[in-house]
Write a protein that binds this ligand. Structure first.
Ligand code: AMP
Ligand code: MG
Length: 404
């Protein structure tokens, strides 16, 4: 793969580097405080600092009996109190033990817990412990998980169920998050019709609009639905001009250097245009630039191309503008369950599944076929200039890595 000149085609890494550099110089400014219930998918603007120790006090990890190990001489101990979760215990009476349940506070004076399965109860109710007991066993010490003042999540963390649960465990009800980016979605193409309307001759339904709007919403964006744009320069100008208050315009279609490249034309006139032929398949043509200062990313129109270019380029760009550090999707090496005999000039992102631990591509990899991605569980990366035999390893990027 290396050493081969694919001049004219831009490697994905280079395109991503350039996009991330652009993102870095145009961070989404401003933040707001939102309740946890509204923070899913948003990006933390300030580090989350623990306001208390976790656990806040020592407590029992088991249902059992708490005792002070140094006081125990091997004889059975009387039970002097019963401590349920959510109650405040008395200090432990010397020479006794306490019945205790999981999550209940350890009484002052106790230092160890024996689980109930390991003790025997005498007829008089005394508890017979068996050797050996270890000091501190089954006790979750104060601050064992987190100390007050710890930075638990850095600024730039994307918030999901786990982070929100963690914030809740610290008693935090609101978080400071980055302002929602306003992202306009524009579908270009004379042939496009919205679902629910009848199809005329030569027309197809607009799939990209729904794909991108739902995706952007999952990414925590406020979406401006700019509808369908006809293939016409004057209308393209007007449409772009009407979107001056957004942080990003994502358009689909009309980016191949063809006669109907109105997006490129409009950007060239009133902004800045960069056109890339990416060394990937699907998703070769990509336009980026700005229209009167508003950043624009023009994705190719075929739905599977839209998916791949949005997922691998536009999504990381957007997240980086929000201050997210780790924007690349995780992928892992998996054995091919297919052969690849013809080395390609472009890196292919096959819509594929894992079957019996092997990567199996959808039979129809045409860039127009969104059904391939609905069937798939991930994108399988076949590097440029390579062939694959069954069992050879290739990178598999789960779709879940890019969709949220
Ligand atoms: P274009 O990039 O405009 O040349 O479009 C490439 C292919 O994608 C053509 O077959 C278009 O009809 C199709 N296409 C463009 N936009 C959409 C869309 N929003 N939904 C479905 N197909 C589209
Ligand atoms: Mg078009």
């Amino acid at each position: 793969m290396s050493g081969i000149d694919y001049s004219g085609l831009l490697p994905l890494e280079t395109a991503l580097e350039r996009l991330l550099a652009m993102a870095q110089s145009a961070p989404i400014q401003g933040c707001e405080r939102v309740e946890l219930a509204a923070a899913d998918g948003r990006v933390l603007a300030e580090p989350l600092i623990a306001g208390l120790d976790l656990p806040p006090w020592p407590n029992s990890a088991m249902d059992g009996y708490a005792l002070r190990l140094a006081d125990w001489d091997g004889t059975p101990l009387a039970v002097s109190q019963r401590i349920l979760a959510g109650t405040a215990p008395q200090p432990l009476q010397p020479g006794t033990c306490a019945r205790i349940f999981t999550g209940a506070p350890l009484p002052v004076g106790a230092d160890s817990v024996e689980m109930q399965e390991n003790v025997a109860l005498d007829d008089d109710g005394r508890v017979r412990f068996a050797e050996p007991l270890r000091l501190g066993q089954n006790v979750r010490g104060q601050g064992q998980e987190t100390r007050q003042g710890d930075s638990v999540l850095p600024a730039g963390t994307r918030l999901g169920p786990i982070e929100l649960g963690l914030a809740a465990s610290l008693g935090v009800a609101e978080l400071s998050v980055r302002r929602q980016p306003r992202v306009a979605v524009l579908s270009t193409g004379d042939e496009l019709v919205e679902p629910g309307l009848p199809l005329g001759p030569g027309q197809i339904y607009n799939s990209n609009r729904r794909l991108l709007i739902s995706w952007l919403q999952r990414l925590g964006c406020a979406v401006v639905d700019a509808g369908i744009l006809a293939d016409d320069l004057a209308r393209t100008r007007t449409a772009l001009g009407g979107l001056s208050d957004v942080d990003l315009i994502v358009s689909t279609g009309g980016v191949s250097v063809g006669e109907a490249d109105f997006l490129g034309e409009a950007l060239r006139e009133a902004g800045e245009l960069t056109f890339w032929k990416l060394a990937i398949k699907p998703g070769k043509p990509l336009t980026c630039g700005q229209f009167r200062g508003v950043p624009v990313i023009g994705l190719p129109g075929n739905p599977a191309s839209t998916l791949v270019t949005f997922g691998l380029l536009a999504r990381p760009y957007l997240l980086r503008r929000l201050g997210v550090e780790r924007v690349a999707p995780l992928g892992f090496a998996m054995p091919a369950g297919f052969t690849w005999s013809k080395p390609g000039k472009r890196r292919e992102y096959l819509r594929a599944r894992l079957e019996n631990g092997r990567v199996v591509p959808y039979p129809n990899q045409s860039s127009g076929v969104l059904r391939s991605a609905a069937w798939a569980e991930g994108l399988a990366e076949v590097l440029e200039g390579t062939t694959l035999a069954e069992g050879d390893s290739l990178r598999f990027i789960p779709l879940s890595e890019i969709l949220g």
